[in-house]
Design a protein around this ligand. Structure first.
Ligand code: TYD
Ligand code: MG
Length: 454
């Protein structure tokens, strides 16, 4: 029999039989730590000795009732969950410490309670009095919700088995520990075992279990990455510090669309839902200025308009700075290289700063063209046509590729009062939105027409 694995990576959770400085699985450095092995259950007495009970095989064609989603009434949350919570499922909500996970989950648990579900909120981080005070501030003091402050999984599971709630929130998975395991709470082994116990409880008793998990950049304590594989739905709660906006994003969902977002605003009285995110992300925009482009994006099934801002200035340093907030730094470098190589616009000796306004993080390649337009506009000190939105993917050859859901993007732009759109030539089909389209086959054509260069 293979020896028990006693080392694991705190970043990706991979198991190793010996220590090494670098994790083979994810490539991270200094993340492999010694771990107590997981309990392996009763020792096998040789497979031949005893027959198992066997498993049940059934026909694929057999009819199955679709998963029943139970909505909370918080429509931003329900949208991200794919319509609501599904019985016998496990949901992981991950996010940086202090971003507002406990606030969101307390509001969610109370909303499920008010929607008629039997909801239980277990915190391992705060005292009950603290949670009550917070609930008071959130105007939830009278919600039908039961609280516990507990970290021992044995106690938690014993009570959950008795109470059989519809929804159980566990805040957070890093504080939970199993007494049968010999390592500290928050270690990979404890987190993995605790998540396993809670997800099997959910399946066994038909409850919905929501786990909260902290993400740490350094991977010092076990991130919920390990847990992502075990649960049905993974949501990330994100936002920039200093901005009140918070985005709940589904990155995995076995019961609904992934990549859906819900938008909230952190206020003095908890998280408020934001029904029209485009208006919000464009709300503080000034008159069109050089270096600004409005990107017509799609987040999940929903169009979201946001402003992309660029600043290009002569660099006082030997090595020019490139900095991107809300957008991938590697992708920024690629767009700068394409502008230089395919359009003859050099950025050497220039510092380049890129920012997505409002604290949104844009991941769509369709934002390439908006980024390029903002960069060009900043470098040439010329504003883009007023009231225009931009979208399209840029390939390394400089050609523009169409982005999906063109009509939805144009519709949202029209709704918010935009009158024209800069798009890849292949996206320029007749649109019913009444927007004037400016189609371009490649980036060089855009440079030539908009900025009279190239
Ligand atoms: P919290 O939910 O405790 O974060 P997490 O569980 O992700 O660590 O939220 C922490 C922050 O939220 C804290 O800095 C204060 C802020 N906050 C508000 O602005 N308004 C509120 O009504 C509440 C409850 C918190
Ligand atoms: Mg918390």
């Amino acid at each position: 029999m293979a020896r028990a694995l006693v080392y694991s990576c705190t970043s990706c959770g991979a198991s190793h039989s010996k220590w090494s400085g670098r994790c083979d699985a994810c490539g991270a450095w200094n993340t492999v730590v010694e771990d107590a092995p997981l309990s392996t259950g009763p020792k096998a007495q040789g497979l031949g000795a005893k027959r198992g009970r066997g498993m049940v095989l059934s026909d694929l064609a057999q009819a199955e009732a679709p998963a029943a989603h139970r909505p909370s009434g918080l429509s931003e949350l329900d949208r991200v969950l794919g319509g609501g919570l599904v019985p016998a499922s496990a949901v992981l909500v991950g996010g940086d410490p202090g971003i507002g996970k406990s606030t969101l989950l307390l509001q969610a648990a109370a909303a499920f309670g008010r929607a008629g579900l039997d909801a239980v909120y277990v915190t391992g981080e705060e005292a009950r009095a603290q949670v009550r005070m917070r609930a008071g501030r959130l105007d939830l003091a009278d919600a039908p919700l039961r609280l516990a402050s507990e970290t021992s999984l044995r106690e938690i599971l014993t009570t959950l088995e008795e109470v059989r709630p519809d929804v159980a929130v566990i805040d957070s998975i890093q504080t939970m520990w199993l007494d049968s395991i010999d390592s500290a709470p928050g270690s990979v082994t404890q987190v993995r075992a605790a998540a396993h116990e809670l997800t099997t409880f959910a399946k066994r008793r038909g409850a919905a279990v929501i786990l909260v998990g902290h993400v740490t950049k350094e991977g010092q304590i076990a991130g919920p990455r390990v847990v992502e594989h075990m649960v049905d739905t993974v949501l990330y709660f994100e936002g920039e510090r200093g901005h009140p906006y918070r985005i709940l994003r589904s990155v995995k969902n076995r019961f609904g669309p992934a990549d859906e977002i819900g938008v909230f605003e952190m206020t003095g009285a908890g998280l408020a839902e934001v029904a029209n995110p485009s208006a919000l992300f464009l709300g503080e925009r000034d008159a069109p200025a050089p270096g600004s482009a409005v990107f017509a994006g799609i987040e999940g099934t929903r169009p979201v308009l946001c402003e992309i801002q660029a600043l290009v200035a002569p660099s006082p340093h030997a090595q020019a700075r490139r900095s991107a907030v809300g957008w991938d730094g590697g992708r920024l470098a690629m767009i700068l290289a394409v502008l230089e190589a395919r359009c003859g616009i050099p950025f050497a000796g220039l510092d380049v700063y890129l920012n997505v306004a409002g604290g949104l993080r844009v991941r769509e390649p369709a934002a390439d063209l908006a980024v390029a337009a903002a960069l060009l506009s900043a470098r040439e000190d010329a504003a883009l046509p007023p009231q225009s939105v931009v979208f399209g993917e840029i390939s390394l050859s400089g050609a523009l590729r169409p982005a999906g859901q063109t009509e939805n993007r144009l519709k949202e732009a029209a709704k918010l009062g935009f009158s024209s759109a800069i798009v890849p030539a292949r996206s320029a089909r007749a649109s019913e939105t009444g927007l004037t389209l400016h189609p371009f086959p490649d980036l060089a054509a855009l440079v030539g027409e908009m900025f009279g260069a190239g």
